[in-house]
Design a protein around this ligand. Structure first.
Ligand code: FES
Length: 165
């Protein structure tokens, strides 16, 4: 997203008539964050700075608004996001072993991204398919009943995906 293309009045149209300038600018932040994150996969510092300048909102306010929402990221994320469910059902059925195997294989801890940006490893609470525990999500795909064989499949798929084979 080109920050310079942001036009506060155009964004709101007639609705903007009932809003103050400050309300309009602040309301635009989330929309801008979404666009930036879609393009870069995270919110680069320089883009947040440009946004703060463009909208005349202190950088600290821009950061605090973005950090209020869990789905905005401040560090580069991997091309693949592998998420291990650590909810109760998955934990009881061996999610920790799955997590450790993935950490060992990719050389990252949970919350980290591989240096080549091929993969980000995360943990999450219940993803709502406890009957399939232990569960891992790979990007948007849910993989259930993850044992040693499926962990290896996940690892291979992420590596193949990364090399484009
Ligand atoms: S605890 Fe993992 S899906 Fe519910």
């Amino acid at each position: 997203m080109k920050i310079e293309e942001i036009n506060v009045d155009e964004h709101y149209g007639e609705t903007g008539e009932v809003l103050t300038d400050t309300q309009k600018k602040r309301g635009l932040l989330i929309h801008a964050f979404q666009k930036i994150q879609k393009e870069y996969n995270y919110l680069p510092e320089e883009k947040l700075y440009e946004l703060s300048q463009k909208l005349d909102i202190p950088l600290s306010d821009v950061y605090s608004t973005a950090s209020f929402y869990k789905h905005f990221y401040f560090k580069p994320r991997g091309k693949n996001v592998v998420c291990v469910c650590m909810g109760t059902a998955c934990h009881v059925r061996g999610a920790s072993k799955v997590l450790h195997k993935l950490e060992e294989e990719f050389g990252v801890r949970e919350g980290e991204t591989t240096e080549d940006l091929s993969m980000t490893l995360e943990i999450v609470g219940c993803v709502g398919c406890c009957g399939l525990a232990p569960v891992v999500t790979v990007n948007e795909e849910v993989v259930g009943d993850v044992g040693p064989k499926k962990v290896n499949e996940i690892i291979n798929n992420v590596k193949v995906e990364d090399t484009g084979n």
